[in-house]
Design a protein around this ligand. Structure first.
Ligand SMILES: [Zn+2]
Length: 94
């Protein structure tokens, strides 16, 4: 697999581990890794390590992982806010 393809797979894998909807979790499939992972695939940390190896830069890989976590948290907060605002109730249904 080309490095570019590996990079995109690792990036996709990172993002996949921070969904904003109900999903299934299991143990990370990497041997010896204690983390949970979406769909029992690879966890965010393992994808971060993979990305660090692909780009040869641990700090950048960590920053990408952190940014994805931040984005997921911000979306979760926005969805919570939408629930609190209870749009349907205030606008009337229909
Ligand atoms: Zn893992």
């Amino acid at each position: 697999m080309s490095r570019e393809k590996q990079f995109h797979e690792a990036l996709y894998g990172l993002r996949y581990n921070y969904p904003n909807s109900v999903t299934t979790w299991g143990h990370c499939c990497t041997e010896g890794c204690p983390n949970g992972a979406r769909g029992s695939g690879k966890c965010g940390t393992c994808f971060e390590n993979e990305m660090a190896e692909i780009i040869g830069d641990e700090v950048t890989a960590m920053n990408i992982h952190e940014a994805i976590k931040d984005q997921s948290r911000a979306i979760a907060e926005a969805l919570e806010l939408a629930e609190e605002l209870d749009f349907e109730q205030s606008e009337g249904v229909g």
